[in-house]
Design a protein around this ligand. Structure first.
Ligand code: DON
Length: 304
């Protein structure tokens, strides 16, 4: 498949549509990005690579990193994990508080902020040096030793993280946060601050297209069954209150972040990462979703 030609053709189609999205500004540091950036990178399971636009430029992957934290926590906790966090789509915004009280501090799923805070807490309980070991895990999956946290983004999120602080406190009151709140917040903000290019992101997520095997180290990151389940969670929860619409339009498991990135998986074939910083009202990349809708339609690569 000549993905390079398809990328430029679809980009030209997108250029004729006005982008009504807005760059995230509730984390001040994120608003500094050039809003016109656009990149895409696709890596196939047999390691063919296709790039377009700003695919080699780093951006803040934000909530996309929640999938990597979930991967490590699932590996360490096995099925016990689901006592602390559910697997149901929330139908609410990523930072919503209101279900958490009726659900007695158990987040609906690991991809909303509350769920990722619980996953962070679980990782802190398991790891001696959580930030260092988590980064090693991500570098190992991707085979890219330069992947790192961004201290500027961490500081910016810490200064404005009122909703996350509320979520973690509420869950602590129900006994679903075991460690010190400050430590959980620090780990979570570092997790969200990870920077990658589209190329790196697509490579990092390729193990989910390859039934849990890292195509670079050939290491089994997850069992086939666990890899299937992470894809299922992305399919149902990866876009919060827009998960149904993403499934409807794109038809692939995927995950978004407020930095404007999206990664999507076509099992046994490819992992694709798109970056376009302007977000729609649900906090997902506006053009990123439109591009993937055109892409899976053109290439007939939806899982359905
Ligand atoms: O905690 C936050 O609000 C951000 N660090 C992550 C939110 C996010 O990326 C939502 N995804 N679209």
């Amino acid at each position: 498949m000549d993905y390079n030609n398809i990328f430029s053709k679809l980009y030209r189609e997108l250029e004729s549509i006005a982008d009504s999205g807005k760059v995230a500004n509730y984390i001040p540091e994120l608003s500094k990005v050039d809003s016109n950036k656009f990149g895409v990178h696709l890596t196939t399971v047999d390691n063919q690579n296709f790039s377009f636009g700003d695919a080699s430029e780093k951006f803040s992957i934000q909530s996309i990193a929640k999938v990597l934290a979930l991967t490590l926590a699932y590996k360490l906790e096995d099925e016990k994990l689901w006592k602390r966090v559910g697997v149901e789509p929330s139908g609410t915004a990523f930072n919503s508080l209101f279900q958490l009280e009726t659900d007695l501090g158990i987040p609906r799923n690991p991809l909303i902020n509350a769920g990722a805070l619980v996953v962070s807490d679980i990782l802190i309980s398991h790891l001696k040096n959580p930030k260092v070991e988590f980064l090693e895990f991500v570098r190992n999956i991707s085979g890219i030793s330069t992947i790192n946290y961004c201290p500027r983004i961490v500081a910016s999120e810490k200064a404005t993280g009122y909703r996350n602080t509320a979520l973690v406190n509420l869950m602590k009151s129900y006994g679903n946060i075991k460690n010190d709140i400050e430590e959980v917040m620090d780990f979570y903000f570092n997790l969200c601050s990870i920077e990658m290019t589209c190329q790196e992101l697509s490579k990092t997520f390729l193990f989910l297209a390859d039934y849990g095997i890292s195509p670079f180290s050939k290491e089994k990151i997850l069992s086939k069954s666990k890899s299937k389940r992470i894809n299922a969670i992305m399919q149902l929860c990866g876009f919060y209150d827009e998960a149904g619409e993403f499934s409807f339009k794109v038809g692939l498991p995927g995950k978004s972040g407020v930095g404007g990135g999206i990664v999507a998986i076509y099992p046994n074939k490819y992992s694709i990462a798109v970056w376009s910083p302007k977000l729609n009202e649900r906090g997902n990349s506006n053009m990123g979703i439109k591009f993937l809708e055109l892409f899976t339609t053109e290439t007939q690569t939806s899982i359905f």
